[in-house]
Design a protein around this ligand. Structure first.
Ligand code: CP
Length: 310
């Protein structure tokens, strides 16, 4: 297969396994290209992309922007902080005004789950979800699985535990979908108060004990505690969370095996991870960031291939 089965990247749940494999194969080629002295290719020279960020972002925003520049696309950047959203303009009006400027692809991050699905149904452009509330963050999950594939050769059969605030995490949900589609074993770990009620329907087991989880896994994908999404206290204090679920060098040294540590960022250093773990040889956190550019180039390239140019 050399084409995606979808017209937009709204979530991993909408992708076939073959879509993920095609994205990885395409990313392999782009990774080779961006490792060379001349990193730019003309692939998206006639394509205009709008990056619409209605929520804060460092990695995803910069990574998409770099991926688009490496592909020679024309880009416009929109940030809700300095926009007419503040004057009451709706999401649809904002996007339609941007589309009137002849935009082909929209990359959107939005605090509301379903914002990207809503756009895909209402506007005539390819939509890429760069994170929508607590719903999905598909390019993060793709770059996470790609980084596991790079480290171990394949994702199939690997044991991955996602640790922390699963309830509020779009990264957790997209990772669970992506890893399971690729044949990995996925479990979660954290306080019961931070677990979604539908874990059983996701077919994911829960560890409440961190050491047990780390002894089981090959890879621990450690998530940030998302205080900005927590309307009530889900645990007594960050200090107590760190004491029970924080991973430091002592925790890793106490394991019977070596494991790989991942984190989507931003890291709360000293809470979910200590610096001596985040910056250790166990960590592939910066490889994840590097791979994000190649993955996003692949997604943009494959979706652009579905645009009918007049
Ligand atoms: N991983 C991630 O989504 O980071 P940003 O919020 O900085 O984009």
């Amino acid at each position: 297969m050399n084409n995606l089965s979808v017209d937009h990247l709204l979530g991993i749940k909408y992708l076939e396994k073959s879509d993920i494999e095609l994205i990885f194969k395409t990313a392999d080629n782009f990774k080779k290209i961006i490792s060379q002295p001349i990193k730019k290719v003309p692939s998206l020279r006639d394509i205009t992309i709008a990056n619409l960020f209605f929520e804060n972002s460092t990695r995803t925003k910069l990574s998409f922007e770099l991926a688009e520049k490496r592909l020679s696309a024309d880009i416009i950047n929109f940030s809700s902080v300095s926009s007419s959203i503040k004057k009451g303009e709706t999401l649809l009006d904002t996007v339609n005004n941007i589309l009137a400027m002849k935009v082909d692809i929209v990359v959107i991050r939005h605090p509301n789950p379903g914002a990207s699905v809503f756009l895909s149904r209402n506007i005539d452009a390819k939509i890429i979800n760069a994170g929508d509330g607590t719903h999905e963050h598909p390019t993060q999950a793709l770059l996470d699985s790609y980084s596991i594939r790079e480290k171990y050769g394949e994702v199939k059969g690997k044991k991955i535990v996602v640790i922390g605030d699963i309830l509020h995490s779009r990264v957790a949900l997209s990772n669970i979908f992506c890893l399971r589609k690729l044949g990995a074993e996925v479990r979660v770990c954290g306080p019961s108060s931070l677990m979604p009620k539908n874990l059983e329907s996701l077919q994911v087991e829960h560890f409440s004990d961190l050491k047990e989880a780390l002894e089981w896994c090959d890879v621990a994908n450690v998530l940030r505690i998302q205080l900005e999404r927590q309307d009530v206290n889900y645990f007594p204090s960050l200090r107590e969370y760190a004491m029970v679920y924080g991973i430091d060098k002592n925790v890793l040294d106490g394991l019977k095996k070596d494991i790989t540590i991942m984190h989507p960022g931003p890291i709360n250093r000293g809470v979910e991870l200590s610096s001596d773990v985040a910056d250790s040889s166990h960590s592939i956190i910066l490889d994840q960031v590097e791979n994000g550019v190649a993955i996003r180039m692949a997604v943009l390239y494959l979706l652009a291939g579905k645009i009918k140019l007049n």
